[in-house]
Write a protein that binds this ligand. Structure first.
Ligand code: SAJ
Length: 425
């Protein structure tokens, strides 16, 4: 029985891999989540969401999952890994963090270490989470207990980088807390653990790295919209630019930017700076450009249908993919959902198929979803869709194919007479 105990609050894409890693490293882990179904499946050794690695690890590593925070009474290290989504107006939604902190605070004891992994805008840990913990516990942060921030860097579906080898940054309220937190993560992971000089710096690292990605994607998305008019293949151009071995980092255009990180995190920075009197015009513009892509993609479909003398009204359209990125089942903020909404608005009859999100798909396989449609949009570059051949599309009598992820070889489809529309090509 390990003499190291740890609590992980929030057993999703971030908390569960961390909890499993801690078990592997000899911790006795109590996982706390408010979702009973999730708690039950974990206690039965089953992953609550589609993830091969988690499913495998849960078979061999025991986590005690519960909804009961009283388990915290004899635990000294607690890591908060709850979601931090945004509201419709893209304002940061800190309700899950507030719920977790106010409940956890009731069980806080002298000498405890609380670590927030959830992505928050700079300043939130100290000005929002700390007061909640102090009020609920009657203790003083940085004196009676330690409070740190170590932003999560989970990359769903990535087989090279995982919770064990991804480097981390850590910020803390006080020096001793920083040392304890760095030591904790160095016991867990074999990537670099870099101490930052403050909580705000650690928070800023995460939003900056993801905002960097969002603005780079916006750059190529704007190029795609421009090159569509200039009749230049933007994918070829980006690949050409990638031959430059320095000072160029390729990103690729698509039907939109989904997920719980990239389209969300920039709003944290935009919002926080706005509170302090600075307008991030560039970051906000990048968000607007990326948010335009689902409609741009639907307009590519309408253009294709018009060329084939097909009216979108009452046309049968197949949307392939609901997930926000290839070969995973997560569809949070997915551009596919936005495109479906727009297609409905234009009066199309929409059918969907995603092998990783079957419960939300109208059809359960490629053959069925493509039977009787005039056009198809590829919204996610799942491996199954990348294997679609021009001949197959031809035999299905499909006239227009919109490749929302530039996942297919355009030339092969044009060659057999299919009206192929890419994003920027
Ligand atoms: N996307 C593009 N063009 C690109 C890259 C991505 O349109 O060139 C789209 C994707 O289709 C998706 C969205 O952006 O809809 C986000 O894609 P992503 O590859 O960034 O995937 P995420 O959201 O899982 O991002 C995670 C992030 N990891 C963390 O926040 C810890 C991100 O920092 C990583 O850079 C990213 O994985 C990664 O590199 O794969």
């Amino acid at each position: 029985m390990s003499n190291k105990k740890l609590a992980v609050i929030g057993l999703g894409y971030v908390g569960l891999p961390l909890a499993l890693l801690a078990v592997k490293k000899g911790y006795h882990v109590v996982g706390i989540d408010l979702n009973h179904a999730k708690v039950n499946s974990i206690n039965h050794g089953e992953s609550p969401f589609t993830d091969e690695k988690i499913s495998e690890d849960l078979k061999n590593h025991k986590i005690y999952a519960t909804t009961d925070f009283r388990e915290l009474n004899d635990i000294k290290i607690m890591v908060i890994c709850v979601p931090t989504p945004v509201y419709e107006d893209y304002m940061p939604n800190l309700e899950p963090v507030e719920r977790a902190a106010s409940t956890l605070g009731k069980f806080l004891k002298k000498g405890d270490l609380v670590i927030l992994e959830s992505t928050v805008n700079p300043g939130v840990t100290e000005t929002f989470v700390l007061p909640i913990l102090e009020k609920a516990s009657g203790l003083k942060g940085g004196v009676d207990f330690h409070l740190s921030h170590c932003p999560e860097r989970i990359n769903p579906g990535d087989s090279n980088w995982d919770v064990e080898n991804i480097p981390r940054v850590v910020g803390s309220l006080d020096e001793k807390g920083l040392l304890k937190t760095v030591k904790f993560y160095r016991n867990l992971i074999n990537g670099e653990v870099r101490p930052m000089t403050s909580l705000k710096e650690a928070e800023a690292v995460k939003v900056v790295e993801n905002t960097f990605r969002d603005v780079n994607i916006a750059f190529v998305n704007e190029l795609a919209m421009s090159f569509s008019k200039l009749d230049i293949d933007v994918v070829n151009v980006i690949q050409g630019a990638s031959t430059k071995p320095f000072a160029f980092l390729p990103h690729f255009p698509g039907c939109g930017v989904g997920g719980h990180c990239i389209p969300v995190d920039p709003y944290y920075l935009i919002e926080y700076a706005k509170q302090k009197g600075f307008q991030h015009n560039f970051l906000a513009l990048a968000r607007r450009i990326n948010n335009q892509m689902p409609m741009f993609t639907v307009q590519r479909l309408i253009a294709g249908l018009e060329e084939e003398k097909i009216n979108i009204l009452n046309s049968n359209i197949a949307v392939l993919g609901l997930a926000y990125k290839a070969d995973i089942g997560d569809y949070r903020e997915s551009p596919a959902l936005k495109m479906i909404e727009f297609l409905d608005g234009f009066g199309a009859i929409v059918r969907t198929y995603d092998p990783y999100v079957l419960d939300k798909s109208t059809h359960k396989n490629l053959e069925d979803v493509l039977t009787g449609v005039q056009a198809v949009i590829i919204a996610t570059a799942h491996s199954e869709f990348k294997a679609i051949t021009p001949e197959y599309i031809k035999t299905k009598g499909i006239k227009v194919l919109v490749d929302g992820r530039n996942a297919l070889d355009k030339g092969n489809f044009v060659e057999v007479g299919i009206n192929y529309k890419g994003i920027g090509r």
